[in-house]
Write a new protein. Structure first.
Length: 553
């Protein structure tokens, strides 16, 4: 499959159906327990569902928390391998339940969560600052289960000393949607400060979509030495982060429709021995895979398009006035060489524009931190604090309002006249679409049906192929299409290399009207296909249409 063919195979993969996946995961639950707010009430509720021998009494339990409630966690909430823990906010429009680590008699607070099985978390505000105003033990979500799955939707994760999500075992699946994560830094060891850390494991899937991530001293995604089989990073607003998306050893990756503003805000030091700038920091790291047992270099599918990487004027001015620093680039020369050489790597339609967020954190604060860091040769442990928190970080006894989102939280929408406002696929705004609710509603329709709301586009009147639903899917999905007249129909599924894996409809005459077909994720020999991006292709009435879909096991 050549580069141009890949580019025209379809529209955007429907990732919003992760909400459908979340709903499906809860639909089977026979019992919901309403947990009252207070000290260790959530700990005791979960412990009460576990027998003395460690057996879970109700494996389908959902722990529902009060909106506007305060939950002090007396120790880490854990779960065993094979057990799914589900903690959600009650329905409604009130404030998120606030989960706070409580310090023990030594003055130390444990991390909030350490699941060894699957986890589903929705509608929660979780802080790493304990009730005394100190940082709790690092790794808000320390995921220990081999092959486990973690779903985080519509949450606000605040204050971390290393990584909000530490994928501490291999072959895990991580899905984060509609979530804010901010303030991850250890002032005494600033290499810590990440949102996601794979711990150099081979991970199955990382999906981040419609999220806002800001104030991190390190890499938003750390995967040094590890392989990510499937990475989807779509409609994400990244602001004031110190590093890069380490997807150099990804097999399938899609970094699209995102904003990277003041990302790698410290840049890289000029090297007289590197006049070609080959060491210039990339925001999106691309590298050789060197894992032929998993995939060939030619078989990898990496798409980096419709993104914006830029700096605020005050940060850009600092770089311009400092002849010892490089600004970062979205993709450096090493990555571009791979894009030029490999057929299924695409980097295109990326721009550099300052979007003028309406109310972001003060850039002077992070600039002060960066200047001090440089002046002290990155070795001083007394760095100025760049964290963004309008409520402050006081002890609860001193200021009960110091925990949770502020009434005047930061705002990352931007003017409609900016190029970024229509630069995403489908003509939608770049970055987290939750900052543009009307646009997000239209986008959700568009990715499901191909129809852009309010832009004068309609479904094809003669011949049309719809986006499969659900998508991503597991184990099966439905493909819908319309025929204007009776036609001989062929519908087939292809892998990312263009190889046919399954014929769903072969040389079959069908009447005019609406039709559907299902794919169960199996190839023609009945074998389960691997997680990845697949193409479905419809031929009828001498016309052809194709779209992509995502199988997630």
């Amino acid at each position: 499959m050549n580069r141009m063919a890949m580019h025209t195979l379809g529209t955007v993969v429907l990732l919003t159906s992760m909400l459908f996946t979340f709903a499906s995961a809860l639909a089977q639950d026979a019992d919901t327990l309403d947990v009252p707010q207070g000290f260790e009430t959530l700990n005791l509720a979960i412990e009460g569902d576990t027998s003395a021998t460690g057996e879970v009494k109700n494996p389908h339990r959902v722990y529902r928390l009060e909106r506007g409630g305060f939950y002090l966690l007396n120790g880490t909430i854990k779960s065993a391998q094979g057990i799914t823990i589900r903690i959600v906010a009650a329905e409604g429009d009130g404030p998120m339940p606030i989960l706070i680590p409580a310090a023990d008699e030594t003055g130390t607070a444990a991390r909030p969560f350490q699941p060894s099985g699957d986890g589903i978390f929705r509608g929660l505000y979780v802080t790493g600052i304990d009730n005394l105003g100190n940082q709790s033990v690092k790794n808000m979500f320390r995921c220990d289960g081999l092959g486990s799955r973690l779903i985080i939707d519509n949450c606000f994760l605040d204050h971390e000393a290393q990584s909000f999500v530490r994928m501490n075992a291999a072959e895990q699946k991580l899905y984060i949607t509609n979530t804010t994560m901010r303030n991850t830094i250890d002032l005494a060891s600033t290499n810590n400060g990440r949102f996601i850390d794979t711990r150099s494991n081979t991970q199955d899937t990382i999906l981040v979509q419609n999220c806002t991530l800001y104030m991190a001293s390190g890499n938003p995604v750390r995967a040094e030495g590890g392989i990510i089989k499937n990475l989807i990073w779509d409609h994400v607003t990244v602001h004031q982060c110190g590093g890069q998306i380490q997807c150099g050893k990804a097999i399938n990756a899609r970094i699209t429709n995102s904003l990277f503003i003041d990302t790698d805000f410290e840049g890289s030091i000029l090297s007289p021995s590197d006049p070609a700038d080959t060491l210039r920091h990339p925001i999106v790291e691309l590298d050789s895979l060197n894992a032929p047992d998993l995939a060939t270099e030619e078989g990898r599918v990496i798409i980096v398009k419709n993104n914006n990487h830029a700096y605020t004027p005050v940060i850009q001015a600092w770089f311009d006035a400092n002849d010892t620093l490089y600004t970062s680039v979205l993709i450096n020369q090493t990555g571009q060489a791979l894009v030029d050489a490999l057929p299924n790597m695409i980097a295109e339609n990326n721009i550099s524009e300052f979007p003028e967020f309406s109310d972001p954190p003060d850039p002077a604060v992070v600039l002060n931190y960066a200047q001090y860091h440089l002046a002290t040769n990155y070795s001083d442990e007394n760095n100025p604090d760049p964290r963004a928190d309008r409520n402050g970080m006081a002890a609860l006894t001193e200021d009960p309002n110091s925990v949770g989102p502020a009434a005047d939280e930061f705002d990352f929408d931007y003017p409609t006249g900016k190029q970024s406002y229509t630069h995403a696929e489908g003509g939608f705004p770049l970055g987290d679409l939750n900052w543009f609710p009307d646009k997000k509603a239209g986008w959700e329709v568009w990715v499901k049906t191909g129809v852009e709301i309010g832009q004068g586009k309609t479904m094809p009147s003669r011949f049309s192929l719809e986006q499969n639903y659900p998508n991503p899917f597991n184990p099966s999905t439905t493909i819908a299409y319309e025929l204007h007249s009776a036609s001989i129909v062929n519908l087939a599924v292809y892998n990312s290399l263009g190889q046919k894996v399954r014929t769903l409809i072969g040389e079959k005459r069908q009447a005019a009207g609406s039709h559907t077909a299902q794919w169960d994720g199996l190839d023609g020999q009945g074998r389960q296909m691997a997680t990845g991006v697949y193409l479905y292709r419809l031929e009828a009435d001498r016309q052809v249409q194709s779209k992509k879909m995502l199988l997630m096991k």
